[in-house]
Design a protein around this ligand. Sequence first.
Ligand SMILES: Cc1cc2nc3c(=O)[nH]c(=O)nc-3n(C[C@H](O)[C@H](O)[C@H](O)COP(=O)(O)O)c2cc1C
Ligand code: SF4
Ligand code: SF4
Length: 254
Amino acid sequence: MIYVFSGTGNSLHAAKVIAARTADFIIPIAEARDHAGKHPAFGPAAGETIGFVFPIHAWGMPRFVSDFIRDLKVDGKPAYVFAVSTCGAEEGDTPAKVEKLLRKKGLSLDGAFSVAMPDNYVIGMDTKEPALRDRVLADAEPRIAEIADRIARREKGARMPLRGDGAPFKSNFIHPLFSRFAIRTAPFRVTDACIECGLCARICPVHTIKLDPLPRWGKACTQCLGCINRCPVQAIEYGKGTPGRRRYVHPDLR
Ligand SMILES: Cc1cc2nc3c(=O)[nH]c(=O)nc-3n(C[C@H](O)[C@H](O)[C@H](O)COP(=O)(O)O)c2cc1C
Ligand code: SF4
Ligand code: SF4
C-alpha cells in the first residue's frame, strides 16, 4: 500500500512510477483520512509493503502527513516500510523524523529516498520557466526509477537523501515555526477570472474551500498549494507576491 499526498502532482507521479514497478496500490492520504476506521480497504494488510510519498514543506513533512503516519493502524509486521519525499532541492532531516514516528509504532524505516522536482512554492517565489522546469522533470526520472527498483528489491537500510546544508537546524527549528505560524488562508483571494468550475474545492485535501458561488477559504489549510497552482484560469492569488508568477502543475495533472 502506497500512501500519497501531493499538491501539484510531483509526489503522485513518483508514487505512480513506484507502484507500477512494485504492483502496489496507491491511496491518497486525503481519502485514507476521510475513511479512517470506516473502510478496511484504506488500511494496510498484515505483511505487505507500506510506503509514504509526500512533498517536503519547509524541510519537513506536512503536518497532514505526520498526523496520518502517527494515527495509521498497522497490524502485524509489514514486509517493508519506505518513505519518498519530493522536494525543490532539500529535504533536511525529514527521514529521521519519519523514523522517529515509526519507531513509536514499533516499526522501522527500511528505505528512505528523496528526489528533486520542480518547486511549487509560488507564494514565496516564481516557479521555474518552462525549459528549466522540463529539464528538472527529465533529470528526476532516472532517480525515481532507481528508487522504484530499490523498493521493488525491498532493500533494507536503503538511503538516497537530499539533506542540504544545516539540515538539523532547518528541520528541528524552522520547520516547526513554519508549521505553526506561516500557514494562513487569509491572504487567499479569487479574481474576476474565476469560472466557478469548482476544481479548487474538489481537490483541497482538508475540504476548507467552499463555493459560494465563488470560492471561500476556511481556516484549515496544509499549504499544499494545489488550489492556487491548479486553477485552470489562474484566478487565485495569495497576498501581493503571486500576481504575474507562473503556476506549476506536474504534466500528469495538466
Ligand atoms: C509550503 C511549501 C514548502 C516547501 N518547502 C520546501 C523545502 O523546504 N525544500 C524544498 O526543497 N522544497 C520545498 N517545497 C517544494 C516542494 O517540496 C516540491 O515542489 C514538491 O515536489 C511538491 O510536490 P507535490 O507536487 O507532490 O505537492 C515547498 C513547497 C511548499 C508548497
Ligand atoms: S479552480 Fe479557479 S476557476 Fe475553478 S472555482 Fe476555483 S478559483 Fe474558480
Ligand atoms: S486551501 Fe489550497 S493550499 Fe490549503 S490545503 Fe486546500 S488546496 Fe491546499
